[in-house]
Write a protein that binds this ligand. Structure first.
Ligand code: C5P
Length: 213
């Protein structure tokens, strides 16, 4: 199958030298891309700015910076994929405009007007073709199951990989993770605490089975 994977944060510019972003390292998405390649799939990886070594040569890498860039790259590659796995931590808000010149500290704290970034999964949902499947990620600090299932429905997903980011030993900026995979048909699948590499391998195995049983 063809796997399109997104990873890492996005950066939304405030001025030519400043941006707003989040703590995503991209490790989970890179691990998903590597696990898909190791399982024999063709893989394209759309990556926000990360400090990771480049992925294996077999993975086609598309580097992006902002949520708008990521949306464009996902749209470009969407017709090609059988599975889209959105592991990226897309920034939720961005400054409504990027100041053309560096904001001066001497001018005091800036008043920044914010606007939502495009929700990539919601935007592309109408473009989904028959047989194509989408998996999202949900990083939650509370009510994991309820919030994940709500996102599964709202974003028209086939699966959502939910992880609890309130715990210090997993999730954001950690080398390990524990995932509960919720499927659109109501099934649930637990991937216990393990390295992100191992979680990604188990996740790919679970996604390969979606729709086959
Ligand atoms: O709503 P929330 O950000 O928690 O949803 C997480 C899922 O939605 C992830 O799969 C993420 O990649 C995706 N997402 C998106 N576009 C956004 C924000 C999140 O596709 N602007």
């Amino acid at each position: 199958m063809n796997f399109l994977v997104t990873a890492g944060p996005t950066r939304e510019p405030i001025d030519p030298v400043r941006f707003v972003s989040n703590r995503s390292t991209g490790r989970m998405g890179y691990a998903v891309a590597e696990a898909a390649l190791a399982a024999g799939h063709a893989v394209r990886l759309v990556s926000g700015p990360v400090e990771l070594p480049p992925p294996s040569p077999g993975i086609a890498l598309v580097r992006v910076t902002t949520a708008a860039d990521m949306l464009a790259a996902v749209k470009d590659n969407l017709p090609w994929c059988d599975w889209l796995v959105m592991a990226a931590a897309v920034a939720d808000w961005r400054p409504a405009r990027c100041a053309p010149l560096k904001l001066k500290k001497s001018d005091g704290p800036p008043q920044i007007a914010w606007e939502p970034t495009p929700d990539i999964l919601r935007t592309i949902a109408p473009l989904k073709r028959p047989g194509q499947r989408f998996c999202g990620f949900a990083a939650e600090t509370d009510h994991l199951a309820r919030n994940a299932r709500a996102k599964l429905r709202a974003k028209h997903l086939d699966a959502i990989a939910a992880n609890d980011v309130s715990l210090p030993d997993r999730g954001f900026a950690s080398a390990q993770n524990a995932i509960t995979l919720y499927l659109a048909d109501g099934k649930k699948f637990s991937i216990p605490l393990a390295s992100k590499i191992q979680c990604a391998k188990t996740l790919i195995e679970a996604l390969e089975k979606v729709g086959t049983t």
